[in-house]
Design a protein around this ligand. Sequence first.
Ligand code: GLN
Length: 457
Amino acid sequence: MKTDEKQSVSPEEMVRAALEKAEKDEWNCLITRLGREETENRLAEVLVRPEPGRLSGIPIVVKDNICTKGVRTTCGSKMLEHFVPGYSATVVERLEREGAVLIGKSNMDEFGMGSTSESSFFGAVKNPHDAGRVAGGSSGGSAAAVASGIVPMALGTDTGGSIRQPASHCGVYGLKPTYGTVSRYGLVAYASSMDQIGPMAGTLSDLELLYEVIRGADEKDSTSFRGKTGEKTECPSGVEGLRIGIPRGFFSETVEPGVSEQVLRVAEKLAERGAVSEEFDLELTEYAVPTYYIIACAEAGSNLERYDGVKYGYRTAEYEGLHDMYKKTRSEGFGEEVRRRLILGTFVLSHGYYDAYYRKACQVRNRIYQAFRKAFERFDVILTPVAPTVAPRLGELTPDPIRMYLSDLFTVPANLTGVPAISFPCGRVNGLPVGAQLISGHFCEKTLFRVVAEYEK
Ligand code: GLN
């Protein structure tokens, strides 16, 4: 259901329909579903407000690493299986202020670590287009909840592609906003220098609406951008003269041919409306995945130190002394993928290896940033696939973590550099959805929305 159908369907009906679908939850989209009574009370409170909000009565789900007051927030982990926050994230407050009705918390890769939504303690999310395939990760629950029509929109988070990639695999829209434009207050940290909350939706207009609601400065987040977010590349309307960069390396033989084809068709269609596209070499992209994984694991190693069995979360039942308690708690509370990354993160930050890995990765990150700046002097947007293939089969990538990491090739550069990127459906291969990605310069989200709208005309 789309929000523009809301004229014909009453909010009560919309929320009831969402709850009915959520109760079935065939795709394992949700970790926590709110009860009927609670949801109806929330809706009743919204409907008596004198001024209807921009999302008045719209049912919504929020990824389970975003804190919701009084509603458990697990991060897809046994470690936080029973964690109920005493406060809501800023984005959740903004949704509720506009009248959205939270109906559940969506399933995800544990602590956001994964590209398939299979590493959740609560089981894998299945793709609504083919139950034998993954929904993509880590915001797979949000993507599947939108794709299967439970809700028209949802919040996801994107540290290295976790909004865009499941959006692509599930045939919905997703935006990774410019770093700092959406508050991270109340988001459980994975890799703080790259984490961003963003919207996911079944239509472009709903995506933009949700983005408008959640964006904006927040004094509770010290990395929240407080300046004016004026667009530098202001294209007044249409795409006449829009310069599209097509990075050659992103359409190599590692990409499924059908996927490249569909994505390149986007450029053709935009060219019919006056855009100009040109191939170019985006430097250093071969280093993006290793750089991303070193930095992400290092930050995760530090951020996840807090789960020690003392302050909150899971604690092992039997132990001998403090050290044993830490060890058992963390070995039992974290899943395999999280443990692997914490070991890697600790290693790259350790004395003697810090310079060779972490510091080097930060330097490369800086160089990638420069390469992007250079690219955006020539182009307004960069067009790439979101993922090299359509949704993989369940279990296909799990035996080979490196292969899974490599599937993030096209999405991690936007997180390393902080620029915004949108994922939108551009066709199908063997009946499965394919997403295209448009990346723009910092704070040029409007350009992204406009170009996709023009493409869809
Ligand atoms: N797949 C990437 C990772 O595992 C991205 C995850 C994310 O964006 N949260 O780190």
